[in-house]
Design a protein around this ligand. Structure first.
Ligand code: COA
Length: 259
């Protein structure tokens, strides 16, 4: 591992940091490989209840795919790079635990796309987000056209992708791109608070909520509702359901085992 991605633990919370601060955490092949390996390892670790994804340094979450690395790519190399980006975003999106993005600065191009693969985002008041690829004669290649439209609606996604305009944190919150705006110095404190809250709940239930919210999003609603029923019923075979309901009836806090 070259250290372009750092992974640490705070109890049941995994904290993953994109770590090329001198290049504003621009996403090159090495970083994408490390990010994928990190999420593969975390997905296999049942002790992880929630993850936080952020960027090293004060300026950027990630200022995009690495333009220096992309500049000389052939069509075939670009296809492979895009497929890699899609695979990494999919790993984040399908992780069996929520991933909260802490957008600590620029999240541009591929950086915005990686952020969009997170379950939801909190942003520093200094954050700027956008898909400025058309400035470079290309388009988003890691799923941004699709995930941005699903997050903020097709009209706003079109405007952002066609104009290359960046949005500041407040505007990002207004359009639903981020859930909360926090003073830069408090971003990780606030993100850890929400991650800790998530980690305190029934872990299997949270994982099923994620699975159904994601899996139901792009299929007919009656099929999605059937997915929900299936997951709801499945949870009644878990220890956490028994403990959660028993604790409520006994007027005490639940002691979930994640089973
Ligand atoms: N790819 C490769 N390198 C990048 C990068 C990217 N997407 N974004 C920033 N960097 C590098 C810069 O080249 C610079 O490297 P250097 O010090 O070796 O010259 C370093 O990161 C710092 O960036 P710099 O441009 O000097 O910082 P700034 O504060 O003046 O500007 C930005 C910040 C984000 C406005 C500017 O870096 C930028 O426009 N980046 C590209 C954004 C983009 O188009 N992303 C989409 C890519 S698909």
């Amino acid at each position: 591992m070259a250290g372009t991605v750092l992974s640490e633990r705070d109890g049941a919370i995994a904290i993953v940091t994109l770590n090329r601060p001198d290049k504003l955490n621009a996403l090159n092949a090495e970083l994408l490989a490390e990010l994928e390996a990190t999420f593969v390892a975390l997905a296999a670790d049942p002790s992880v209840a929630c993850a936080i994804l952020t960027g090293a340094g004060e300026k950027a979450f990630a200022a995009g795919a690495d333009i220096a690395a992309m500049a000389g790519m052939t069509t075939e190399e670009a296809r492979a790079f895009s497929e890699t980006g899609h695979r990494v975003c999919s790993r984040i999106e399908r992780a069996p635990f929520p991933v909260v993005g802490a957008v600590n600065g620029f999240a541009l191009g591929g950086g915005c796309e990686i952020a969009l693969a997170c379950d939801f985002l909190y942003a520093s008041d200094k954050a700027k987000l956008g898909q400025p690829e058309v400035n470079l004669g290309v388009i988003p290649g890691f799923g941004g056209t699709q995930r941005l439209a699903r997050r903020v609606g097709i009209g706003r996604a079109r405007e952002l992708c066609y104009t290359a305009d960046l949005v500041g944190a407040d505007e990002a919150k207004r359009i639903g791109l981020v859930n909360a705006v926090v003073p830069a110095a408090e971003l990780m404190v606030e993100v850890k608070k929400v991650a800790t809250k998530i980690a305190s709940k029934g872990r299997v239930a949270v994982a099923q909520a994620k699975r159904v919210l994601f899996g139901g999003a792009d299929i007919p609603v009656d099929v999605a509702n059937a997915l929900e029923t299936q997951a709801f019923a499945h949870l009644f075979g878990t220890e956490d359901q028994k403990e959660g309901m028993k604790a409520f009836l006994e007027k005490r806090a639940a002691a979930f085992q994640g089973k």
